[in-house]
Design a protein around this ligand. Structure first.
Ligand code: HEM
Length: 217
C-alpha cells in the first residue's frame, strides 16, 4: 500500500490515477448511454431494464461505490494537478500560444467542473427525484419524458452532455498518452477512437431531450 501512496504523491502518479479513474467513468457513461437509448423502445422496455438492474443483489450499491470512488479520485487529482501547475508558474504567461491543446484541451478543467455540477443535479433530479416535480419511483420512462418536457431542463441536459463530449474528446486522447499507449503509427487510430466515442455518447444523449421536445417520443 505504501508504494501506491508514494506513487500518488508524484505528478506522473496523479496523472495515472486520473487516467484510470477516467477509464472507469467513461465505461460507466457508455453503458449508461446504451441504457438511456432504451427510452426509444417504450416504457415497458426501459422500465423493465431499470427494474432488472435493481433486482440483481448488490449490483447497484457496488456500481455506485465504484463510480463514487472513481469520481472522487478524478476530481481531487484534477484539483491537485491544477494547483501544482499554477504553483509552478506563479506569473501567468503574457501571451498564451496553444498549439497542441485545442479548445477541448484548454477548457478541460472547466468542462470537468461543469460535469461535476451537472452530476450532482442529475442525481437529485432523475435518480432520487428530489428536484423533479413529477417523479414516480421506478417509472424511468415517465420521469425522463416529464423532465425534458420542461424546456430549460432539456437545454441544461443538452449543454451538460455537449460539455461531456468535449471533455471526453480531449480526455480520451490524453489518457492514452499518460498510460504510454501512444506511438506515431497509432495516433490516427487514437484520435479516431476518442472522436468516435465522444461523438457517439454526445449524439445519443442529446437526441433524447431533443426527441422529447419535438414530441417524437
Ligand atoms: C440525456 C441524458 C441522460 C439521461 C436521460 C439519464 C437518465 C438517468 C436516469 C433515469 C437515472 C436513474 C436510473 C434509476 O434510478 O434506475 C440516471 C442515473 C444516473 N446517471 Fe444519468 N442520464 C443522462 C445522462 C447522464 C450523464 C451525462 C451522466 C454522467 C456524467 C450520468 C450519470 C448518472 C449517474 C452517476 C446516475 C446514478 C446511478 C445510480 O445511482 O446507480 N447520466 N440517469
Amino acid at each position: 500500500m505504501y508504494w501506491i501512496a508514494e506513487f500518488y504523491r508524484s505528478s506522473p502518479g496523479k496523472k495515472y490515477f486520473m487516467a484510470v479513474s477516467g477509464i472507469v467513468l467513461s465505461i460507466y457513461v457508455f453503458i449508461h448511454t446504451m441504457g438511456n437509448l432504451m427510452v426509444y423502445l417504450g416504457p415497458g422496455t426501459i422500465n423493465a431494464y431499470a427494474g432488472a438492474v435493481h433486482l440483481v443483489p448488490g449490483l447497484v450499491p457496488a456500481v455506485e461505490f465504484v463510480i463514487a470512488v472513481a469520481a472522487g479520485l478524478h476530481v481531487i487529482t484534477a484539483v491537485q494537478l491544477a494547483l501544482t501547475n499554477r504553483g509552478a508558474r506563479p506569473v501567468s504567461y503574457a501571451f498564451h500560444r496553444y498549439q497542441e491543446a485545442g479548445l477541448a484541451g484548454r477548457t478541460i478543467i472547466w468542462s470537468g467542473a461543469g460535469i461535476a455540477a451537472f452530476a450532482a443535479y442529475h442525481l437529485l433530479h432523475l435518480s432520487f427525484g428530489r428536484v423533479h416535480p413529477d417523479f414516480v419511483p421506478g417509472d424511468v420512462y415517465h420521469n425522463v419524458l416529464t423532465a425534458f418536457n420542461v424546456f430549460p431542463v432539456a437545454i441544461l441536459y443538452i449543454t451538460a452532455v455537449v460539455l461531456l463530449g468535449l471533455h471526453l474528446y480531449h480526455g480520451l486522447w490524453s489518457m492514452f498518452q499518460t498510460l504510454g499507449w501512444s506511438h506515431p503509427l497509432y495516433d490516427s487510430w487514437r484520435r479516431a477512437f476518442g472522436t468516435g466515442a465522444a461523438v457517439l455518447i454526445t449524439a445519443a444523449n442529446v437526441s433524447i431531450p431533443v426527441a422529447v421536445l419535438l414530441r417524437l417520443i
